[in-house]
Design a protein around this ligand. Structure first.
Ligand SMILES: NC(=O)c1ccc[n+]([C@@H]2O[C@H](COP(=O)([O-])OP(=O)(O)OC[C@H]3O[C@@H](n4cnc5c(N)ncnc54)[C@H](OP(=O)(O)O)[C@@H]3O)[C@@H](O)[C@H]2O)c1
Length: 250
């Protein structure tokens, strides 16, 4: 089966490509580096020709509100019609738990991406994941003022990229759900506590302050904004195990 992974060189993309290739599938790792650009349209038609499955794991180079919205809208408008022409049987995209529950600009852009997929007529599955553990350092940076990181005590349930990629590969080989599947890490705890554990483990001296008023990338968040509300598929790698694996690799 031919499977195209858009963003196949990224964090989740490269891991997903490796898993699917190990399973014996013909996998195209598509990205601007390999001449496939969903913003300019370059190479898109050629990449998806003859594909049964397309997995969209691309990400915007800029997280600025307007730029990210433009990225996911333009990308969807170039990619989805090309897939329809190629009679692709399953489109999978990776979105975020809570896209419809905060006023965060990045989440709004992911919601726009989801809407384009649902309206495309292509059989699809949208996977909404919680924050990747690999993103914890970036979250601390975005919430830091010199040596103080301010984060709200809302519930948080990050997932390791290895778990995300395994689930994405699995979903891609199953029948389209025509809807959303939510995935999360195995542990749920207050946001500030998880980031404090991460910083301590990596030897980062910054101090995390519990601040109920603190925002997440500029967006307002509440107790349940970032965690699945209903049934979710859980990864197996907890934070301690992920830290141990990352430290062994380093
Ligand atoms: N971070 C989180 O916590 C989180 C949580 C849930 C969901 N997600 C979603 O997960 C997805 C994957 O994220 P990631 O962290 O794995 O991304 P990443 O590591 O930043 O990789 C981005 C990928 O997108 C490709 N790309 C960039 N511009 C492109 C374009 N114009 N056309 C085609 N491909 C393009 C890049 O290709 P090059 O290598 O050629 O530049 C790269 O392969 C994203 O859609 C993100 O919204 C993220």
């Amino acid at each position: 089966m031919k499977i195209v992974v858009i963003g196949g060189t990224g964090l989740i993309g490269a891991k997903t490509v490796a898993i699917l290739r190990q399973g014996g599938h013909e996998v195209v790792a598509a990205s601007p580096k390999s001449g496939v650009n969903t913003i300019t349209g370059e190479g898109v038609k050629e990449a998806v020709a003859g594909a049964q499955v397309v997995i969209d794991l691309a990400n915007s180079p800029s997280f600025e509100d307007k730029a990210v919205l433009e990225f996911f809208e333009t990308s969807g408008r170039n990619l989805l019609p090309a897939e329809a022409t190629a009679s692709v049987r399953h489109h999978i995209a990776l979105s975020i738990v809570g896209t419809d529950r905060t006023d965060n600009g990045y989440f709004r852009a992911k919601l726009a991406q989801e809407k384009l997929i649902a309206a495309s007529g292509i059989p699809y599955t949208i996977i909404r994941a919680t924050q990747f553990m690999e993103f914890l350092g970036g979250i601390a940076d975005s919430s830091a003022d010199r040596n103080i990181v301010r984060l709200p005590p809302i519930l948080f349930q990050p997932i390791a990229a290895d778990d995300v990629a395994a689930i994405v590969a699995d979903v891609a080989l199953a029948a389209p759900r025509g809807g959303i599947v939510e995935i999360a890490g195995p542990e749920r705890a207050p946001f500030n506590e998880i980031v404090a554990r991460y910083l301590k483990a990596v030897g980062d001296p910054r101090q995390v302050l519990r601040d109920p008023e603190a925002r997440y990338w500029g967006g307002r968040v509440e107790e349940l904004s970032l965690v699945p509300l209903g049934e979710a598929r859980l990864g197996h790698i907890g934070l301690d195990e992920w830290l141990r694996r990352s430290q062994t690799k380093a």
